[in-house]
Design a protein around this ligand. Structure first.
Ligand SMILES: [Ca+2]
Ligand SMILES: [Ca+2]
Ligand SMILES: [Ca+2]
Length: 268
């Protein structure tokens, strides 16, 4: 009766009163969002109904740095699941690994809980590169700790996990090769899409440069595709007609004759 009166009193006075669940947790101090703000945890995993079982989950990743870590807790009683995604600066550590602490605040009636951590390469979409779980016996009103280890290989430290380790980096010895790289003329599959340079960059196919100069696509000196025109003439605009091309203008290709207003002399 006294407890009921206390609850009614507390609920009536402020919106910051503890939930009914927490009032039943005698003397406990579960991890919560305050611990995140206080630097004790990097993220909080909390059921919307509040809770009074605290689990300090340490997620350690080694050999790589994920772009997103998803931490899930699933009740063995009801099958209910809650999850949180940790991204950006909240993910501590460097390219070879690190760890985060997630404060899980679980409903008091969860007496068995499966904690799962999933690491994703870039964002928390698609399939995780690595997953690991811990099965816990959780006790109402108590705070406990567990840790989950996530291992994968990013040997070239470009932020993409090797395809041999569940990721998308088709060449984990070259940081310049990964799925978001620009495809260059270099006999390498830079963007890991499985296509050769000949196919993807359409090397050897017809191209047109300048006014109807027919040529073929080929690799230029800077690993970019150029249009090789056999008899093209490079000329510069010469607006002031001094016989030298304009200093700030770039060369243009012409087939056959150079039109009036252009010269083949270099810019001066
Ligand atoms: Ca890599
Ligand atoms: Ca790579
Ligand atoms: Ca290439």
């Amino acid at each position: 009766m006294i407890r009921t009166a206390l609850v009614v009193l507390l609920l009536g006075t402020s919106c910051t009163v503890p939930s009914l669940e927490e009032l039943h947790c005698d003397g406990s101090d579960p991890l919560d969002a305050d611990d995140v703000a206080g630097g004790k945890a990097d993220a909080v995993l909390q059921a919307s109904s509040g809770g009074c079982t605290g689990v300090k989950v340490t997620v350690a990743y080694d050999g790589f740095k994920p772009g997103c870590v998803r931490v899930l807790a699933r009740s063995g009683n009801s099958g209910r699941e809650i999850s949180t995604d940790v991204t950006g600066n909240a993910l501590k550590g460097g390219p070879t690994g690190g760890q985060i602490i997630v404060a899980a605040v679980l409903p008091g009636d969860w007496d068995s809980t499966r904690v799962e951590a999933q690491a994703f390469e870039r964002t928390c979409t698609g399939n995780p590169v690595v997953t690991n779980t811990q099965q816990l016996s959780t006790t109402r009103g108590q705070t406990m700790a567990t840790s989950v280890q996530l291992s994968a290989k990013d040997d070239d430290l470009d932020g993409y996990v090797s395809t041999l380790s569940g990721g998308t980096d088709c060449n984990d010895q070259r940081p310049s090769v990964h799925p978001d790289a620009e495809e260059l003329c270099n006999d390498l599959d830079d963007n890991c899409n499985g296509q050769s340079d000949t196919v993807e960059l359409r090397l050897g196919q017809a191209c047109t440069e300048g006014p109807s100069c027919e040529g073929t696509r080929a690799c230029g000196s800077d690993m970019k595709v150029v249009c090789n025109v056999p008899n093209a003439i490079q000329a510069y605009p010469d607006v002031d007609r001094d016989g030298h091309g304009d200093k700030n203008a770039s060369a243009q290709s012409f087939c056959g004759n150079v039109p009036t207003g252009f010269v083949t002399a270099p810019p001066g």
